[in-house]
Design a protein around this ligand. Structure first.
Ligand code: PAF
Length: 285
């Protein structure tokens, strides 16, 4: 696996992949890699495809109150993991190369980015959309892989790609979980032992609510039960909401795919998770 830090060298490497007739897949990350990221790389590894992973801790998606300097950085371990996973190229641009002096462009995706995490973290999705656009323009992939754990991010990127005529297929990869159900996240390392034990209330309460809504129970009552379970476990809730799985509009239509999304804090650590509402359970009830 080659590691590249300069745009010119990246362009040459991608041109060589194109010359051999390969499709180019991109797995964008901010590093501190875990099995969730490796599932993206695994999904990207297809015959005739070259896999490029990017690591860039994007300052533009961190709010003023979010500690960018505290974000875990594990370059050596990340490089080893990507190499062992069979990634072809690691793209690691420097902050100065990504955002040179005078950088003045902002990509903002209205609607889908505005509620939920968009409301709790103002500017976050502008930062994500801007850096993902830059990564797409630098790598020019045919296909890009994102985790479903960041479900709103995935919805924002899907909307952006349609709106801006980006000829890139976007694939959402299911959330990878610990044995007890906690979604894998680079932020889980911030949880102390007691918080880690309590954190399982997040996937469990969402699971109970998703099942109840799927079998036709009153959604608001199911959401309220989930909120109460989270508070009892010591969480401070940002939101627990039922939304349309594409537009993320509140409630959603039971005839269309719907998703349950939650964000809540244990101490200073903010966890997010989401689950699909299984349409089959509605038909069976
Ligand atoms: O999901 C992430 O790790 C980041 O938000 C992304 C997509 C790499 C953009 O910085």
């Amino acid at each position: 696996m080659q590691t590249i830090r300069q745009t010119e060298s990246l362009r040459e490497a991608v041109a060589a992949y194109r010359a051999e007739g390969a499709r180019v897949a991109l797995v964008p990350t901010m590093g501190a890699l875990h099995a969730g990221h490796m599932a993206l790389v695994e999904a990207a590894k297809r015959p005739g495809t070259r896999v490029i992973a990017s690591i860039f801790v994007n300052p533009k998606q961190f709010g003023a109150s979010e500690d960018l300097s505290r974000y875990p950085r594990k370059e050596a371990a990340d490089t080893r993991m990507l190499k062992e996973a069979g990634c072809d190229l690691l793209w690691m641009p420097a902050v100065e190369a990504m955002y040179p002096d005078g950088f003045a462009t902002n990509i903002s995706v209205a609607g889908v980015s505005e509620g939920l995490d968009g409301a709790a973290r103002p500017g976050h999705f502008d930062g994500v959309a801007t850096v993902v656009t830059k990564l797409f323009n630098q790598v020019r992939p045919d296909i890009a892989y994102f985790g479903e754990k960041d479900f709103q991010q995935l919805a924002v990127i899907r909307r952006m790609v349609i709106d801006l005529d980006m000829d890139i297929e976007i694939i959402g990869v299911p959330t990878q979980r610990e044995d007890d159900g906690l979604a894998l996240s680079s932020r889980n390392v911030y949880l102390d032992e007691e918080q880690r034990a309590r954190a399982v209330a997040l996937p469990r309460s969402l699971g109970v609510a998703a099942k109840a809504i799927g079998r036709g129970d009153d959604p608001e009552a199911a959401l309220q039960t989930a909120r109460e379970a989270l508070i009892a476990a010591g969480f401070e809730i940002d939101y627990v909401e039922l939304v349309d799985a594409t537009t993320l509009a509140p409630d959603g239509d039971p005839g269309q795919p719907r998703r349950l999304l939650a964000a809540a804090r244990l101490g200073t650590t903010r966890l997010i998770d989401n689950l699909a509402i299984d349409a089959f359970s509605i038909q069976q009830s």
